[in-house]
Structures are given as structure tokens and as C-alpha cells.
Write a new protein. Structure first.
Length: 306
């Protein structure tokens, strides 16, 4: 089923036609509050009242012109102003191919640097991780910008076999890392394919970050997972190392395990919710279905009348 949905995410005919179906829009509404930034900000206001800040991301990737990249950068700059005006403890997450990485790395660096400078009073600008074709370029980009932009973070994926080496490589920079499992279709030669292997690597990577934190490395740890079993294991390791709950942060998607998000926040854990929005949601949504069977069951229920 995972392979099916990842194939659907890449199918251009389905991308053109499935979004037209009413049940598809109903299903997507669970995971994103709307197409525009104001909808995302309104959803974030509700979360903030529960003590849960947000990360905002506008969906879309692989833009092809400098004009498109400039529009995205301006959109995020305006969003940062709205976040500040609303006094949200909000952050943003961008894909580098949204900002021109496919055709002009220097232009992309200028856009990210500008956003990081404007966000300094609000928090981190996260660099999302895309498919494996961009892994090395994204890590090298982070290494290039982090010394002069201390408030940027990077997403790493536990299903990639290289990630342990990448994390060791980044530790001297005292990075901000959002650790996720990964949701792209990758070859077995570069990615783990069984859930057990992906989860085991996730736990090992999380423990490596906690151990680094324990030795005094100022690493920000974002646990991007909805897997409560994994979270409990990681919490146990943190406790055994003598680390407080403030040493790491649980980061979940909007609309997924909302009750658990609030339970964790009430229990004194730092929780942050990633809110996605925008019209380019099709491939992103298919990857969400590929991640968890519960998401598929929810989508199928949208086929029912009423």
C-alpha cells in the first residue's frame, strides 16, 4: 500500500484529476486547515491557546523560474510579519526547491538568509528535506549557511542509510534537527524499507542526539513523529541520561493525533505542530497516506455519504 500511494504521488494524470473529486477535498481538510496562510494562522491561534506553537509550510516544490522563487520568498517574508504581529511563537519550514535550488543556489541562499534574518525574533527557519537526489545538496547548503544564520534548522530522514553519518557530520555546527522517518519512494540500496528498520534507525538517531546534548553540544532536537511507542522509548532514554523534557520537542502534523498533542503538552512536554497549506497539496497528501494506515482508513471513510 505504501508503494501504491508513493506511485500515486508521482502520477501526473492523478494529480490533475483526483483533486477535483469532492471526497478528496473532504479528506485533505483533516490535514490542512485551508489553502491560504490566514487559514493556517487561525488554526495556529487555537493551538497556541493550548500551549502548542506551530511551524508553517506552504506546499510546493521544484519551481522552475527566479520569478516563482521570488514570489515564494516574498510570501514567507509576509508570513513572518503576520506571525510577529499576531504574537505567535511560530516558525516556518521551506523546501529549497521552492526558493530556486534547481537553477540558482546563490539566489536560494539569498532568499533563505533574508528569511532567517527576519525570523530571528520569532525562531527557526527550517529547511525541509526532499527526495534523496537533494540530500547531499541540502546538507551542504545547511553547512554553508549555518555559521552566519544560527537560527536555521534542517530535517533529516531516518529511512536513509546515510543519515547517521550526516548527523555526525553536522554535530560540530550545533544544529537544529527535525528528525522524521521519510516519505519519498527510494531504492533499497539507499533507504531502509521495513518499518522495523526505519524505527530502529530513528531511535538510534534520536539517542545519538540526546547523547550529544548530554555532553554539552547545543543541539535542538525536534522529534517529527506520531509514533507514541517511539516517543516513549526516546523519553526513557532522555530520562536515563538525566535530560529534562525541555531538551527535546515533539513535532507532529496538524490533524494527526490532535488529542495526543494536547495530552503531551499538558504533561509538560514541548510540542509543536506543523501546519501545511496551499494549493499544491496532492503529492504531499499522497505521501501522508503512505506514512500511516490510519490515514488511509480516514480517507476511505470520506467516500461514505453524509
Amino acid at each position: 500500500m505504501r508503494r501504491l500511494f508513493l506511485w500515486m504521488a508521482r502520477n501526473r494524470w492523478l494529480e490533475r484529476n483526483l483533486p477535483r473529486l469532492p471526497f478528496t477535498r473532504r479528506a485533505v481538510a483533516r490535514f490542512m486547515p485551508g489553502d491560504d496562510a490566514d487559514s493556517a494562522l487561525n488554526a495556529a491561534a487555537d493551538l497556541q491557546r493550548a500551549g502548542i506553537p506551530a511551524i508553517f509550510t506552504r506546499l510546493g516544490e521544484n519551481l522552475t523560474s527566479a520569478e516563482e522563487a521570488a514570489e515564494v520568498a516574498e510570501h514567507y517574508a509576509n508570513l513572518e510579519e503576520k506571525i510577529a504581529a499576531a504574537q505567535h511563537h511560530g516558525e516556518i519550514s521551506v523546501k529549497l526547491t521552492q526558493l530556486g535550488l534547481d537553477f540558482d543556489e546563490d539566489l536560494t541562499a539569498a532568499h533563505v538568509g533574508r528569511l532567517a534574518s527576519r525570523a530571528a525574533r520569532n525562531g527557526t527557519v527550517w529547511l525541509d528535506m526532499e527526495g534523496s537526489a537533494y540530500t547531499e545538496r541540502t546538507i551542504a547548503f545547511y553547512e554553508r549557511l549555518k555559521p552566519t544564520n544560527p537560527n536555521i534548522g534542517i530535517c533529516l530522514q531516518s529511512y536513509l542509510r546515510r543519515t547517521a553519518d550526516d548527523l555526525q557530520r553536522l554535530l560540530p555546527l550545533e544544529p537544529a534537527v527535525r528528525l522524521v522517518k521519510g516519505a519519498y519512494s527510494e531504492s533499497p540500496s539507499i533507504a531502509f524499507h521495513t518499518r522495523a528498520d526505519v524505527d530502529a534507525n530513528y531511535l538510534a538517531l534520536a539517542v545519538l542526539m540526546l547523547a550529544a546534548r548530554r555532553t554539552g553540544i547545543n543541539i535542538r532536537i525536534g522529534l517529527g513523529t506520531h509514533d507514541l511507542r517511539l516517543i516513549e522509548q526516546i523519553v526513557g532514554h532522555a530520562t536515563s541520561l538525566g535530560l529534562p523534557r525541555s531538551a527535546y520537542e515533539v513535532q507532529m502534523l496538524f490533524g494527526v493525533r490532535a488529542d495526543e498533542q494536547r495530552r503531551l503538552a499538558r504533561g509538560g512536554f514541548a510540542v509543536r505542530v506543523l501546519i501545511s497549506y496551499g494549493s499544491a497539496w496532492y503529492a504531499w497528501y499522497m505521501r501522508r497516506l503512505a506514512e500511516r494506515p490510519a490515514n488511509v482508513l480516514f480517507a476511505l471513510r470520506q467516500l461514505l455519504p453524509g
